[in-house]
Design a protein around this ligand. Structure first.
Ligand SMILES: [Zn+2]
Length: 141
């Protein structure tokens, strides 16, 4: 029987949807080959290459083993390098993950709400008053 796949924990807030696709300028998206970077791969890049966490710290934050994060990181870097070198686009989407953060709040109406822990992208506005002045609530712990 296959083991159930373990969820990786993502610590970063969801990306705005308009930051989920990167492509070479001036070429329509449909003419550019696309590399899909999973949100799990993106988190590995964010923690290790951007925040300078060690692979061992990043692995424990994401609740995965060191060989697993090493494999994820290698795959992510290869996709990014391929896009830069060969003029491909990068779409950030998908992956088995849960999010580790509290939710969002609106500075216009003080509404606070939680997101589905699997939601891929950040909300654009408050569901109550439609204000775009929203921010990520600090996570607990
Ligand atoms: Zn609001």
């Amino acid at each position: 029987m296959p083991r159930p796949r373990k969820m990786k924990i993502l610590h970063g807030p969801p990306l705005p949807q308009n930051r989920s696709l990167f492509k070479p300028a001036g070429i329509p998206a449909r003419q550019v080959p696309v590399n899909v970077l999973t949100l799990v791969e993106f988190e590995a890049i964010r923690l290790i290459d951007w925040l300078d966490k060690s692979q061992s710290d990043a692995a424990s934050m994401m609740t995965i083993s060191q060989p697993t994060i090493s494999r994820i990181l290698k795959s992510a870097r290869k996709k990014i390098a391929d896009a830069l070198v060969n003029g491909k686009a990068i779409q950030i989407q998908g992956g088995d993950f849960k999010r580790h953060f509290a939710g969002y709040a609106c500075s216009t109406c003080n509404n606070e709400w939680k997101l589905d822990s699997k939601q891929a992208y950040a909300p654009e506005s408050c569901p109550k008053c439609d204000s775009e002045e929203i921010y990520v609530l600090k996570r607990e712990g």
